[in-house]
Design a protein around this ligand. Structure first.
Ligand SMILES: [Zn+2]
Length: 245
């Protein structure tokens, strides 16, 4: 069984063989490792050197690379800001739904009128595995913003009426994974409170939280790799009507 992980560089690390995966959206570098009777593929979301900001990430190439190597399940790891006092920095957050405020292209289909069903935007099986491992994780709605700037206080005052955390990378990743028929779930680390909930925001603070909580994230992901069932009983693979890209 092939499992993919897409994460921030330095947040999740994996020793393995570096491979190049060709896609029509560009080549993607991945780390490949065989472990626990799984073929594991790690893609650094922002590119090898953490070069690309959230709005420039090649989401299409990353997901197509996972599709092309035959990954049936992908976990996306990222950091988010909390818009709710009870979701504290350092918490693990597993989104149950999302609202998209980005201005990005969110489809592979330019020539065919396809509408994928996102009434359950994450794979219930992979998400369930993550929830089963991360017992203290918070759940809720992820609001996706364009970035790379952080939000204003007024924006957060509005967005917190709609959702619980705010982040820049879940969309279009989750949507493209569904279009590709890949089981996808997201695992987030709350790195800070969003604007207006704490005095000021600094990148150092976000990085520090990253560093502190990295072992926990790695533990959850590694457990999940072992536990995601090889037989797919969910409906994710039937999402695109044609079934193929
Ligand atoms: Zn699924």
């Amino acid at each position: 069984m092939k499992i993919g992980i897409i994460g921030g560089t330095g947040f999740y690390e994996m020793e393995g063989e570096e491979i190049e995966i060709e896609t029509k959206y560009g080549n993607v570098t991945a780390i490949h490792l065989k472990k626990w009777q799984r073929d594991i593929f790690f893609i650094a979301r922002h590119g090898k050197a953490h070069a690309k900001p959230a709005h420039m990430v090649n989401y299409h190439a990353n997901i197509m690379a996972m599709k092309n190597i035959g990954a049936s399940a992908v976990m996306g790891i990222s950091t988010v800001g909390s818009m709710k006092k009870n979701i504290r920095p350092g918490s693990i957050f597993i989104p149950s739904d999302f609202i998209d405020f980005t201005k990005r292209k969110t489809t592979f289909y330019d020539d065919v009128a396809i509408h994928v069903d996102l009434s359950q935007p994450f794979c219930p099986v992979v998400r369930g595995v993550l929830l089963g491992i991360a017992k203290n994780a918070k759940e809720g709605i992820y609001v996706a913003t364009e970035g790379p700037r952080l939000e204003t206080k007024a924006e957060i005052a509005m967005l917190k009426k709609f959702g619980d955390v705010v982040g820049m990378t879940l969309v279009p990743e989750a949507v493209l994974a569904r279009e590709a028929g890949i089981c996808y779930a997201s695992l987030c680390l709350v790195s800070n409170y969003a604007a207006g909930l704490q005095e000021r925001l600094s990148i150092e603070e976000i990085k520090e939280m990253y560093r502190k909580r990295k072992p926990i994230i790695e533990k959850i992901v590694n457990e999940a790799i072992k536990k995601i069932p090889a037989r797919r009983k969910c409906r994710c693979k039937y999402a695109p009507i044609e079934g193929k890209l």
